[in-house]
Ligand binder design. Structure first.
Ligand SMILES: [Zn+2]
Length: 63
């Protein structure tokens, strides 16, 4: 399974967070959900997970 990536710098509402993560979609969703709950004060919900899935992109070369 190909890896995907999320980058907090892609989200204009998120200021000051530059976290970049990559991994297989399921791993990445779990890690990203925990990150946005812990750091960005989001609440876990199907909408949040859908948003995270939608923000996944192709990883940068070498990551
Ligand atoms: Zn972040």
């Amino acid at each position: 399974m190909a890896r995907k990536a999320t980058d907090c710098r892609d989200a204009p509402s998120v200021s000051g967070c530059s976290l970049y993560m990559s991994g297989e979609e399921d791993e990445l969703e779990r890690a990203a959900v925990q990150h946005v709950i812990a750091v960005h004060e989001h609440t876990d919900s199907p909408e949040l997970r859908a948003e995270i899935r939608a923000s996944m992109k192709e990883p940068l070369p070498g990551t």
